[in-house]
Design a protein around this ligand. Structure first.
Ligand SMILES: Nc1nc2c(c(=O)[nH]1)N[C@H]1C(S)=C(S)[C@@H](COP(=O)(O)OP(=O)(O)OC[C@H]3O[C@@H](n4cnc5c(=O)[nH]c(N)nc54)[C@H](O)[C@@H]3O)O[C@H]1N2
Ligand SMILES: Nc1nc2c(c(=O)[nH]1)N[C@H]1C(S)=C(S)[C@@H](COP(=O)(O)OP(=O)(O)OC[C@H]3O[C@@H](n4cnc5c(=O)[nH]c(N)nc54)[C@H](O)[C@@H]3O)O[C@H]1N2
Ligand SMILES: [Mo]
Length: 556
């Protein structure tokens, strides 16, 4: 049996952005869409205002999209499985299931139905804090819609139960037949501009390009032939597993390209210690970041506007990027840097045969095109795409042949590996929960004006002026009990670290729950967060840890 999540291993949207306009219902869960995917957020708002689409928001904070929603499920962080299983419970109980779809395209329905039999809305209310009546209402709205789409992002995945959260959502889409049709689907909105392209290319320890597993002998044989050499058959470590490996001295040298883990990794004190334990650290970045400051060698890279290639966006659309500027003196595009280094290692020139030689900027386009042609040989889903076809607009994969128009909606003609299996999941709490000493839940995330560790956005005067800097959201009742007023400095302490920052007192967050954006090095949320990992995806639990809050005027 193949689970839908395995088929969606790519993490891409099953549907397209254009289809948002015609959705009847959108369940937006763990995604602050208007701030983190503003273009898509705007489409959702338009769909609600102009086409009467009904939006259900499931988020522990009153995000802006709640203004356009018919229902806000204000759940406690880390309780999504209970919530989603209860939605499925009602849908099965009230016969809102799509039986034809279940019979023709899925398997394991009986086991799944049995697994949600006990997940009543009343049970879920106790765990999530969402009134049972609202869960009934949400299940009814989603379950009776013709075209219901799910959108989710980090509020779902950044948990020790992140994989199971996604499986629960996949079950919900399957049981209502909301896959393989327009304006529906299961839609994780990808984060960075080209994170989709990076995962497509195999920037994951278990995959060659195109999600072909390194431990699959047939796949490996194809790549060994294409690349003309032996390849490892064992998956490597994920970035998050590397932290522990560095602490234990199992990693001697590390080459970091375009990441700033000193600020972005959970439990930063631990992450910094790990990086300091590496004998030889190379950082390749466009700026001298906090991580680059720890490096033995810093390789200055060119920015996106200074290079050639393609970006693949969240709806699987492959698009050309063209050089608009020359890089500053000393900086090179990432591809050329990699080529220069590999040509000085064992590889020699032979295995990196892109015809334009390293360093020759003039030939960047030719070189990037050569790489692209190799990609279309390596992965059948891109076989039909080439630079000529990308000249004027992007193409959505899979695009298996030169006359194929690309695919805006996945699974329209069925699932690639036969039937999709329901994957029953059961709720269990987050790894670190509040107690007497650390009584609040901290969840973390983003704001509109800043991008992650701020290396880029914090250099922009316009953004820095518009943004209000670090803050912690606290419910008014908690603030009152702690004698904290809006705007005053507070000290926030977890088992791993402490920071100082101003309080933002708001009823947009529930009692007992707090939120800190992780952009600010002067009040780095990740000094507090928990680095416990999801056992399957190895994603850390950035969205739930336990903290204590003190008025900064008291104690030391
Ligand atoms: N302005 C801006 N835009 C960005 C980025 C940025 O840094 N700045 N980063 C980009 C990247 S790489 C990514 S991955 C995306 C991330 O995009 P999002 O996932 O939308 O961003 P976050 O703010 O991390 O979290 C989203 C929401 O999850 C909610 N949440 C927290 N815990 C839970 C929970 O347990 N359950 C549920 N259901 N919700 C929860 C938070 O309240 C928050 O509103 O944004 C991308 N876009
Ligand atoms: N507490 C908490 N922590 C989180 C999250 C959360 O929700 N909560 N979210 C997590 C998520 S989803 C993400 S994606 C990470 C992001 O974490 P990071 O990726 O570490 O954060 P960025 O600040 O985006 O770092 C990207 C770096 O790439 C550099 N760069 C930009 N363009 C180029 C280029 O063309 N070439 C090279 N070589 N470098 C370039 C930038 O200068 C920057 O230093 O943070 C994670 N950390
Ligand atoms: Mo991300």
């Amino acid at each position: 049996m193949t689970g839908l999540v395995t088929m969606l291993g790519s993490g891409a949207m099953s549907n397209d952005i254009e289809g948002i306009a015609d959705s009847d219902v959108m369940l937006v869960i763990g995604s602050n869409t208007t701030e983190t995917h503003p273009v898509i957020g705007l489409r959702m708002q338009q769909a609600a205002k102009e086409h009467g689409a009904r939006i259900i928001v499931a988020d522990p904070r009153r995000i802006k999209l709640v203004d356009n929603a018919c229902l806000w499920l204000n759940q406690k962080p880390g309780t999504d499985i209970a919530l989603v299983n209860a939605l499925c419970h009602v849908i099965v109980r009230d016969d809102l299931v799509d039986l034809d779809f279940i019979k023709e395209r899925t398997e394991n329905f009986e086991a799944f139905a049995a697994s949600v039999a006990e997940c009543t809305p009343e049970w879920a209310e106790k765990i999530t804090g969402v009134p049972a009546a609202d869960i009934e209402k949400a299940a009814n709205i989603y379950g009776t819609a013709d075209r219901a789409a799910i959108f989710y992002t980090m509020g779902i995945t950044k948990h020790t139960c992140g994989t199971d959260n996604v499986r629960a959502l996949a079950n919900l889409a399957l049981v209502t037949g909301n896959l393989g049709k327009r304006s529906a689907g299961l839609n994780p909105l990808r984060g960075q501009n080209n994170v989709q392209g990076a995962s497509d290319m195999g920037c994951l320890p278990i995959f060659f390009p195109g999600y072909q597993r390194v431990d699959d002998d047939a796949a490996r044989a194809r790549f060994e032939e294409l690349w003309g050499g032996p390849l490892p058959s064992k998956p490597g470590l994920t970035a998050t597993e590397m932290t522990q490996a560095m602490i234990e001295g199992r990693i001697e040298a590390l080459w970091i390209m375009g990441e700033n883990p000193v600020i972005s990794d959970p439990n930063s004190n631990h992450a910094r210690k790990a990086l300091e334990n590496v004998n030889f650290l190379v950082v390749q970045d466009i700026f001298l970041t906090e991580t680059a400051e720890l490096a033995d060698v810093v390789l200055p890279a060119a920015v996106f506007a200074e290079k050639e290639g393609t970006f693949t966006n969240t709806e699987r659309r492959v698009q050309r990027v063209r050089q608009a500027l020359q890089p500053p003196k000393g900086a090179l595009d990432d591809l050329t840097i990699i080529q220069l280094i590999s040509s000085r290692m064992d590889y020699g020139q032979e295995l990196i045969p892109y015809h334009s030689l390293p360093g020759r900027q003039r030939n960047l386009t030719a070189k990037a095109e050569e790489v692209f042609n190799e990609i279309s040989q390596a992965w059948p889903a891109l076989a039909g795409i080439n630079y000529r076809r990308l000249e004027n607009s992007g193409i959505q994969w899979p695009c298996p042949s030169a006359d194929h128009p690309g695919t805006s909606i996945l699974f329209e003609d069925g699932f690639p590996i036969g039937r999709a299996g329901f994957m029953p999941v059961s709720w269990k709490g987050s790894e670190e929960l509040p107690d007497a000493e650390y009584p609040f839940i901290l969840t973390t995330g983003r704001v509109l004006y800043q991008y992650h560790t701020g290396t880029m956005t914090r250099r922009s005067k316009v953004l820095e002026t518009a943004d209000q800097g670090p803050f912690i959201e606290i419910n008014p009742s908690d603030a009152e009990a702690l004698h904290i007023e809006d705007g005053v400095q507070v000290r926030v302490i977890s088992r791993r670290g402490k920071i100082m920052l101003p309080a933002r007192v708001t009823s947009g967050i529930s009692p007992g729950v707090t939120f800190i954006p992780f952009h600010y090095k002067e009040a780095a949320a990740n000094l507090l967060t928990n680095d416990a990992l999801d056992p399957i995806s190895k994603i850390p639990e950035a969205k739930v840890c336990a903290i204590r809050i003190e008025a900064a005027a008291t104690g030391s």
